[in-house]
Design a protein around this ligand. Sequence first.
Ligand code: ATP
Ligand code: MG
Length: 498
Amino acid sequence: MGEVILTMKDIDKSFPGVHALDHVNFEVRKGEVHALMGENGAGKSTLMKVLTGIYTKDSGSIEYEGREIEFKGAREAQDAGVVIVHQELNMLGHLTVAQNIFIGREFKKGIKIDDKKMNEEAAKLFERLHIDIDPTATMSDLTVGKQQMCEIAKAISHDAKVIIFDEPSAALTEAEIEELFKIIRDLREQQLGIVYISHRMDEIKVITDRVTVMRDGGYVGTLITADCTKDDIINMMVGRVIYEDPKTQSMVAKDAPVVLKVEHLNAGRMVQDVSFELRKGEILGFSGLMGAGRTETARAIFGADPKQSGDIYINGEKVEINSPQDAVKNGIGYLSEDRKRFGIVVQKTVAENSTMATMENFMKGLFINKRKERAAAQDYVDQLATKTPSVEQLVVNLSGGNQQKVVIAKWLVRDCDILIFDEPTRGIDVGAKNEIYKLMNRLASEGKSIIMISSEMTEILRMSDRIVVMCEGKKTGEIDISEATQENIMNMATREIG
Ligand SMILES: Nc1ncnc2c1ncn2[C@@H]1O[C@H](COP(=O)(O)OP(=O)(O)OP(=O)(O)O)[C@@H](O)[C@H]1O
Ligand SMILES: [Mg+2]
């Protein structure tokens, strides 16, 4: 670790109804990776937005390269060498990858934008970072993981001295995370100061040098990572220790009926001849690397994407699902992996979002029964411990993890018999994760059936009764939890069948 490059002292910031930062201290040295940890809503993103001038602080001081500074916006921070990779994707879907990376600083030929030059520069950047993305691809065609890699590449393309990664790994596969860590180690080697925000405890030990913990907007403390255990950090974050035990046997009744049967499903390149059964009260884990076709399979079943062939049976009867409306009518709910694109409307309130999938239940004639809507929303805010001043708060003002809880509430309100959860705990802190696990277990014990797509091995092993593994659009294995290990799942996830 080198000398101190950045010091934030006594930072205070309030929003209406929320004391988001309460005299927080934070320091970054050259050549260190500094983890910023805390539960959902603890104030991590807000602190970094204050630093980069996106929010103005109420009080406190920021010193950068020996001078007191106050950036007026992200652009000014960027020009000074402080760059942030945001938690939420900020790319413009209709533009190409290269256009997104150089947005606001386009290469020009005369007055015309020089796309060729931008593509070349983007290709060079990707090559340097060992990222395999086509600069001319349209952004919205990329997976969430790839879009995230573009965000990271864009940040690095600025000549930065301090880089903030706000949950960069939430949408990445194991392999992509390895790539990211290589990039980060490289940046550390070049004496950059790096701030790393993540809810994945395992990563903190691997990649960071120091950890600062926040709780409820307050500063708890800073530790040297090598000197502390995972439990020490969790304890500082939530004030208690949380145990994560894997499931050892299936909880599904021996005679539980099959509620969903998918036969020879084909939908594009990413879904090839997929067949499986889901039983009543079962949590069926879908494991695999990013790009294995799990989300595509879910979307095809849900009617969000067209299928070429294959049959779907619900409770033994063949059904036609050609749109999400059809799916919902048949009792299927789909909690999407990309909350911004499919999950929520950020400019609406928590209450409105929670009841969006079930509007008809909250209508009184032509009007929405606001009181009933609020009560239902409040119920789930309590159950999931969603941190918000009220159900009338706009979702855009919630922290990332708390937005995810609103998406979950939306489908729970709906009361579907079959729920597809696509990366349900992405960006959710350890404590809240536990709450969501408990809730999923409760739903299953009440007879709901759940498909859980997850890229986190610990989550798969902890929650699933049975596991389906996919690789490159095909199902490569199926295994009962009593026989599942990290190794045999990984083997199936990287094996292609003839
Ligand atoms: N623009 C805003 N208006 C009102 N409240 C806000 C705004 N931005 C953040 N908050 C509130 O400030 C608190 C801290 O939020 P922040 O996004 O910093 O949390 P976080 O630690 O990044 O959480 P997560 O892990 O879920 O991303 C939360 O209670 C959040 O609802
Ligand atoms: Mg955040």
